[in-house]
Design a binder for this molecule. Structure first.
Ligand SMILES: Nc1nc(-c2ccc(Cl)c(S(N)(=O)=O)c2)cs1
Ligand SMILES: [Zn+2]
Length: 270
């Protein structure tokens, strides 16, 4: 079964069991510090070191590549040299943006990977940043750290208004129905996709993993408390315009890993 590719539960049966669902994912996926988790708000601990983030390049209007990668829609900056970075927010270093992508469902309370007090949202957007693994400070008091990935997670709920910032991405979806298809969108900034900055002060923080194989336990997770609002039709477009398969038989939807045990981990809040 090793040569079988990983997939989400909704694909297992549809693919005639020729792919490995979440309970069978290999590599690090069966270990104890996995993501996503259910965030139980009355158990979180306030950490006063969790200050505001500093975003650099988030306001830059850029071209972006939008790709159907068979598991999600992945949006990467065409930067020609411009670095988009985050720092602060209790992070141990500065991290560079690599891509953002989303998870979603047709069911408005089943499309997020993290849940808050057992409640799932319609979608979840992950903005993925990397830093070179290594040490902080000079080597006599080097602080080694293994967490080389920082993901900013935004929950999405259906609202009454169209979210104009998302329209270019929503309209691009019909151009990339099948895996490996890509297109470009642009002159857009990351800020166009985010709630306005004063809403970015309230967040949860915990240490976990990639929510897709190889599930490396190298991720510093930030889950913002305030959801993004998209119109219901914008949310549904992801499930209706995108497919998991070449034959366009299986809508790309429910690309959501089930929540994992929190174990002895503490969730902090800003
Ligand atoms: N092939 C694919 N890779 C991903 C991916 C890559 C890096 C990361 Cl950090 C994540 S996640 N969901 O943990 O944010 C997902 C999605 S689909
Ligand atoms: Zn993700």
């Amino acid at each position: 079964a090793e040569e079988l590719h990983w997939c989400y539960e909704i694909q297992v049966e549809a693919s005639n069991y020729t792919c490995l669902g979440p309970d069978k994912w290999g590599e690090h996926c069966q270990k104890d510090f996995q993501s996503p988790i259910d965030i139980i708000t009355n158990k979180v601990k306030v950490d006063k070191n969790l200050g505001p983030f500093s975003f650099s390049g988030y306001d830059k209007k850029l071209e972006w590549t939008v790709e159907n990668n068979g598991h999600s829609v992945s949006v990467s900056p065409i930067t020609n040299g411009i670095e988009i970075t985050i720092a602060g927010g209790g992070l141990p270093a500065q991290f560079q943006l690599t891509q953002f992508h989303l998870h979603w469902s047709k069911t408005m309370n089943a499309g997020s990977e993290h849940s808050i007090d057992g409640h799932h949202f319609a979608m979840e957007m992950h903005i993925v940043h990397q830093t070179e693994k290594g040490t902080l400070g000079n080597d006599n008091h080097a602080q080694k750290f293994e967490y080389d990935t920082a993901v900013l997670a935004f929950l999405v709920k259906p609202g009454s208004a169209v979210n104009e910032g998302f329209q270019p991405l929503v309209e691009a979806l019909s151009k990339i129905p099948r895996p490996e298809m890509s297109t470009t969108i642009g002159q857009i900034s990351l800020l166009d996709f985010l709630p306005n900055e004063e809403k970015l002060r309230h967040y949860f923080r915990y240490l976990g993993s990639l929510t897709t194989p190889s599930c490396d336990e190298t991720v510093i997770w930030t889950v913002f408390e305030d959801p993004i609002e998209l119109h219901r039709d914008q949310i549904l477009a992801f499930s209706y315009k995108l497919y998991y398969d070449e034959d366009q038989k299986l809508n790309m939807t429910d690309n959501v890993r089930p929540v994992q045990d929190q174990g002895q981990r503490t969730v902090y809040k800003s």
